[in-house]
Design a protein around this ligand. Structure first.
Ligand code: ZN
Length: 260
């Protein structure tokens, strides 16, 4: 056990000294994050009910992979999961696991709205917001045991917190804005109309007025205001003109009917 800890700390120190972007604080290397994600995803799987329709799962996976292909982490394994739940929500855990509720698919009006929500969640993973949060909340001594599988109770706690939309799932305003910004870029380069992110937010705000309990958890973890939507629109306005962007596609409408 002592031997196993040494390389982890070395990797961590390397990651700390090489990861030079701004004031980002992360004690977990990318390799460790993917290991941790595999553990947390097993706990998530015990706490949710998955949609088992192969067409729905395949479409969500294809949208996700198309966006991921535009990110610096395209070469790592990503997994896209569809949760059978009418609540409108999506979330990501460390290590490339992205979860979309059937309620979000059914609330989305077109492919670009689903792509907008997914691009935002994928961007939280790419910007490593979740492991930054975990690093701040837990020290290196706890995390070393967690990543080596010696602390399953912490993994369970992480999974439960993320699902419940607890402290760990709540990102700062700056992190939300970064995920919006990256998400718009990834959508655009993947060929999806980035306007979908704006109209998805508008769809969510409309739901908040008509059916607040359906979006409670989403808004708890993703505070959405008119000014946030204006910021996203301002980023879209700066993009070059491009024709042929996908706003909707037949496959989306097919699975949209299947989850209804
Ligand atoms: Zn977010």
């Amino acid at each position: 056990m002592k031997h196993a800890k040494i390389p982890l700390i070395v990797i961590t120190l390397l990651a700390l000294s090489c990861g030079g972007s701004g004031g980002d604080f992360n004690l977990i290397s990318v390799e460790e994050e993917w290991q941790l994600g595999a553990q947390i995803s097993q706990d998530v799987a015990r706490q949710v009910r998955f949609n088992t329709d192969p067409a729905v799962n395949e479409y969500v996976r294809s949208v996700g992979q198309r966006i991921v292909a535009q990110t610096p982490y395209a070469n790592l394994p990503w997994e896209f999961h569809v949760i059978e739940d009418p609540e409108i929500n999506a979330f990501a855990i460390p290590g490339g696991h992205v979860y979309v509720n059937t309620g979000l698919i059914s609330a989305a009006h077109n492919a670009s709205e689903l792509a907008g929500a997914m691009a935002h969640e994928i961007s939280h993973v790419v910007a490593r917001h979740s492991t930054e949060q975990i690093s701040r909340q837990y020290g290196l001594s706890v995390l070393a045991g967690v990543v080596l599988g010696q602390n399953p109770s912490v993994v369970q706690e992480l999974a439960a917190q993320i699902i419940a939309g607890g402290a760990l799932a709540k990102y700062s305003r700056a992190a939300e804005s970064e995920a919006d910004e990256l998400g718009v870029q990834f959508m655009f380069s993947a060929g999806y109309n980035p306007r979908g992110m704006v109209t998805m937010f508008e769809t969510l705000l409309a739901q908040q007025r008509s059916n607040p309990s359906r979006v409670e958890r989403f808004f708890a973890t993703h505070p959405t205001t008119d000014s946030r939507i204006r910021d996203v629109q301002a980023r879209i306005d700066k993009l070059p003109q491009r024709t042929g962007l996908i706003t909707d596609e037949a496959e989306f409408q097919q699975i949209h009917r299947r989850v209804a």
